[in-house]
Design a protein around this ligand. Structure first.
Ligand code: ATP
Ligand code: MG
Length: 315
């Protein structure tokens, strides 16, 4: 069997703040991504998706567990720079304003990605970055003239395309998108999501695509992992999860998606908010909100079974 491109095992990430209980934002997660595969990670706000993504990229130190990327353990960011091997992981964030430098021309920022790949020795140092910059702009559907402009001259969707071009220019073998489409309007959302999928798959890279929107993830992911309060509660192929959701949380997420006829069922099954991860419920973390909880769910903490579901209904 070929080793996974990314292998996350029993990962825990805690945040500690003086005078407060530690927050276990990621509380024992195992997740793999293969080369050329798109894995969608979904879950409500606050369930730990970004924390997981940041740990995968070496931006947040795990408290326990391991992350191996392409045979290299991912450690926390060094003071000045990431391990060169880790520049093969590139991230696209929710807000491209936060990740693009407003004072530098778009072309110069994409050229940074090209230089990263050259420093790693993956491509020869280009005499001029103009040609490669144009290549990546074209691939994300922007004109070559965009290179001379500044980020604020573009729409949100276009800025996200620039962020994708810059990430691709660094020749990643894993692309991590943390809510890369949630700041975009509906038509741009599907376009940018599909673009990320096709560019990642064409280049043979894996894609970990994070979103709270299961209906968009469904369009582009090969596999889906559903996260709740620091844990993966269900995982499977996109067809399995979409057509036959088993965990009551996944069922509730699906029920919350508006229907094409506009009727838009309300998520009546899913009352309340995600609890504070600093004080998670006893037993199954989902039991206080679960419409199918039964005797013992408040005491026993189910872990993912061999079928990819963490629920006592399927024990
Ligand atoms: N730097 C931090 N210090 C302390 N707590 C944090 C920090 N970052 C996140 N948290 C807490 O960790 C938990 C998980 O946060 P995280 O941002 O990973 O969730 P998320 O699933 O990405 O949410 P969203 O969908 O809103 O982006 C939350 O309870 C959050 O308040
Ligand atoms: Mg987040």
């Amino acid at each position: 069997m070929t080793p996974h491109l990314l292998s996350v095992s029993d990962l825990e990430v805690q945040y500690r703040r003086p005078g407060q209980l530690p927050t276990r934002a990621v509380a024992g997660v195992s997740l793999d991504v293969q080369a050329g595969e798109v894995v969608g990670l979904v879950g409500e706000s606050g369930c730990g998706k970004s924390t997981l993504a940041r740990a995968v990229c070496g931006l947040t130190a795990p408290t326990a567990g391991g992350i191996v990327f392409d045979g290299t353990p991912v450690g926390p960011l060094r003071v000045r720079r990431r391990e060169p091997a880790l520049t093969r992981i590139q991230m696209v964030f929710q807000d491209p304003y936060g990740s693009l430098n407003p004072r530098r021309r778009v072309g110069a920022q994409i050229a940074d990605g090209i230089r990263i790949a050259a420093l790693r020795g993956d491509i020869p140092v280009p005499e001029s970055t103009d040609g490669p910059v144009e290549h990546f702009l074209t691939r994300v559907g922007l004109p070559a003239s965009a290179a001379q402009r500044f980020p604020h001259e573009f729409s949100g969707g276009q800025r996200q395309r620039i962020a994708i071009a810059r990430a691709l220019a660094a020749r990643p073998s894993l692309l991590v998108g943390d809510e890369p489409i949630s700041a975009l309007d509906a038509s741009a959302q599907a376009q940018v999501a599909s673009l990320m999928r096709s560019l990642a798959v064409e280049s043979g890279a894996g894609l970990l695509f994070i979103s709270h929107d299961l209906s968009v993830v469904r369009l582009i992911a090969d596999r889906i992992a559903v996260m709740y309060l620091g844990r993966i509660v269900e995982t499977g192929t996109t067809a399995e999860v979409w057509d036959n959701p088993r965990h009551p949380y996944t069922q509730a997420l699906l029920a919350a998606i508006p229907q094409p006829d506009g009727a838009g069922r309300l998520p009546t099954e899913l009352p309340g908010d995600v609890p504070d991860p600093a004080a998670p419920p006893s037993g199954c973390r989902f039991h206080p909100r679960c419409p199918r909880a039964f005797d013992g769910c408040d005491r026993e903490d189910p872990r993912l079974n061999a079928d990819g579901v963490a629920c006592r209904l399927y024990a």
